[in-house]
Each structure stands twice: as C-alpha cells, then as structure tokens.
Design a protein around this ligand. Sequence first.
Ligand SMILES: O=CCCC(=O)O
Length: 515
Amino acid sequence: MIQSQSFHLLEDLNLSDPSLLCGLESSEGIDSLSAVEGSFSVIDPCTGKEGAIIIPSSPAQIDHAIRAASATFPSFSSLPSKVRAQKIAAFDALLRSNLEDIAKIIAWETGKPMSEARGEVEYAASFSWWSVGEAERVHGQTIRGTANPNLRFITIKQPIGPVALLTPWNFPVALFVRKAATALAAGCTVVAKPSPETPLSTLAVSLLFSRAGFPDGTVNIVFASNETTPSVGQRICSDPRIKKVSFTGSTRIGRVLMSQCSESLKKLTLELGGLGAFLVFEKADLKKAAEGLISNKFRHAGQTCIAAQRVFVHSSVLPNFLSHLEPLVAKIRMGLPHDPETNLGPLTTSRSVLKAQSHVSDAIEKGAKLHFQGSIPSHLQVWKQEGGKGGYWFPPTILIGCQEGMLVFQEESFAPILCISTFETEEEALDRANSTSMGLTNYVFSQDVDQVWRAYEKLRSGNVGINTGITTSAEAPFGGIDQSGFGKEAGIGAGISEYLFEKTATMTVSPLASA
Ligand SMILES: O=CCCC(=O)O
C-alpha cells in the first residue's frame, strides 16, 4: 500500500510560501545567514531580489556525501528490485501529493508560470512512474558460441556504483527526478549537485526520497555557488568512489567535466546544448506548425535545450505561416508566476538577458529584420523604478531573415526569440539544418509522408519531432549526438542502462549432438 500524504513541504523546509516572494516581498532572516563566508543568494528572477541564502557544502561535507553514498551502495544495491520499485512508487505518490508546494518552489526559483511549474512536477512524475517499471526489467542475455559451439555466454547487468548527478536550473525538478529515479531503479546510490540558481527545489524533492523510505545515504545533496561549482565538479569527477557522472547543461561545461573524469575513466552521460532546426515545408499544416513552434519555443521563455533555435520556412508559405504565428504571439502575457493569466515569465538569470540582447542586436546589425518585439509591462518593472536591480524580463521577439553568420544561428539564445529564415528546396533545408556541430533535436512539419521520412532519416540529431514540437517523454530514449553530448535518458532500457554495467560469463559445455 503506497502512502500518499502531503508533508507541508514549504513549512518543513522553513520557507514561507514562495508565492509571497515571487515579485512581492523579500524573505526575513537573510542578513544573519549572508554573513556566513561563501554563502550565496537564490535570486527571485521576477525582481532581482535575494530570496534565500544558501551555504555551499564544504570539502569535508562533499567528502561526507560521497562516503555516505559509497557506504550505502552495497546494501542498497542488494535490495530486491521489487523493493526498490516499491520505494520509487512511494516517492512517486509523494511527488504527486506535494505537487503544489513543489511547483511554488520551482516558480519562485526559476520565474516560470505556475501552470508550467505544475506541468514540470507532472513531467517529473512521469519519469518516477516509468522508473518503477524499469527497476524490475533489467535483464541480461544468453548466447550460444558460433565459432566454438561448446561455449555459452551469459550476461547479467549490475548497478555501476555510487553516481553523481549534476542538474541544471531550467527544469530543476524534472531533470533531477529523471536522473535520480533511474539511478535508484538501477540500484545506484546518488550524490546530486543542483545548479546554484535552484537548490531549494532539489532539497524539497530529496526530502520526499527520504520520506518514501530510501535509507539514509542513498540520496545525498551537495550545494555549490557559481564560484565554487568548478572546484566541486572537479572534486566529484576526480573521486574514484564515484563511478559515473550524469550531467545536463552546456557543451562548454560538458567538455570540462569529461576531461575531469578522464583520470578515473568514469562512465558519463552528457545531455548538452542544442541548436534545433524547425523545418516548415510547403505541404505543412501551417496552423499546427505555428502552434507547435509556440509551445516549443515559449516553454519556460525559450530556456530549454530542445527549443527550436533556427526556424526554416519554405519561402512560398512564409506570409501564410506568419499569419498563423502572429496572433499566437499576441496572446502571450508576460507576468508574475502566480498570475493565472501569465504564460511567459522572466529569464532565470541576469546573464541570460545580456545574451538575449546581444543576440538580437547582432542579428539586426547583420541584416535580420525585427519583425515583432513585445514590451515589458510597466508593473513588472516597478522594482527597477524603485532603484533595485530589476527582474530578468525579456519580451517575445520575432526576427526574420536570420542567416548562418549570425549569433542566433550559431548558439542557443535560451530566450523567447524566434529566429526565422526561408529556404527554396528540401535539400537546402536539410543541408542548413545539418550545418552545425550540435545534434540534440530537430523538427519537421509536412503532410507529405515521404518527405517526412526522408527528413527524419537525414537529420543529424538524437531526436526528431514530426509534426509536433515535443521530443521528450518517459517512454522514449532522449539524448544528443556530436557536440550535444552522448548517452540516453528515459526510454525502454536505454536510460537505465547508463547506470548499469554488463558482466559476461563464458562457460564451456560438453559437445552437444546438435551443435
Ligand atoms: O532542457 C532540457 C530539457 C529537455 C526536456 O526534458 O524537456
């Protein structure tokens, strides 16, 4: 029987209701904590105000976390997989019954609208639910020798050991749960480090793992500030007790982690950036294509690795496509997370705003046309007018005439900027889509089945959305190629294999008459 109970997470974490903090007022008690050396603030992206203070883990605390994960591994990995599955099911029930509290923390840390924050918790729960089943379906193989028919080969899959999970701020709960529930299903213990922007949501979820019955030492959380993240990463990656690192984040950091893991030759899963192409062919359903683009690109204000960065539209359908797109962009409401009208929040970091601004000005300087740019409602700028730093708002923007020489076609904007270019032939569209070293997601919109199939086979990326802006789910493997990284998350057997190693036994048998 699974206990489904709400634990008043916000009170238990000693947070006042973050809905009070999102753009409204600052928390108390900050002054005394901020005096602790090295402490850092979690910033409310709606205002730029400090909302909570975190004390980063010391080297001794990080060592303690790794020691705990190592000490717990033998007993945890020996539990019957059914027992692990039951614990993940208990966690899954807790995640769902605490959905509202966790969504509030996500909204507070990231600035995303509450509707999206709730969606993120549901998305997270799709991974925990999937992992319940995956835990019980880890199987090896039996193979008969061919060159030597007296040989039999048997494999078993075993958990790789304690693992480190390094998670980003854009989906702090969903991506932590996607990694952690899979690792636990495999029988691995965990040391997780959340992004400095979103430590509280990870802490809240880790509390649920503990309440679901995972033994102490199974899920361990360490904190780092932006300043200490490189040294914490180095410490974790070079520690031989950690057998695997799973990271979601930028290509630049992925390369650093890979080199830090090289000494101990750790297994790695790297889910890195994307530069997704969104192809709208002549035979596309243009209304569906416009809807798909909006839901893909404006989800969390464009701050997703699967967001379409380069939109290629056949020149003959551009006017018609824009006529479907523009009314949808006009419906976008920038606002505070708790306003039910809001469907676009701020960017999560101040550096994201600077990057978005530089992308737009670079594109315009190089010949793109600013087709549309919304304005930031004055009530969202009130803290700036009062002399504060101001929130990290960036308005929905459409650029037309984007080209390969522009920054917007070379790096992720991570902002609500639609970057459109036109093409004349299918070959041109596919060549331009593939003219990048990134390979996470691409999108194809066409009603011509042959064209869709050709594009699907030719596009160089780990995932392709066909007449949809969605490319991730618990049931299907997700992961990039080339500079977008390697390894898979989720899917049947794919995600869990990243946390297992396959051990082969070779046996001789007496010659068989039928051999
Ligand atoms: O930013 C990467 C997350 C992608 C997703 O799972 O939707």
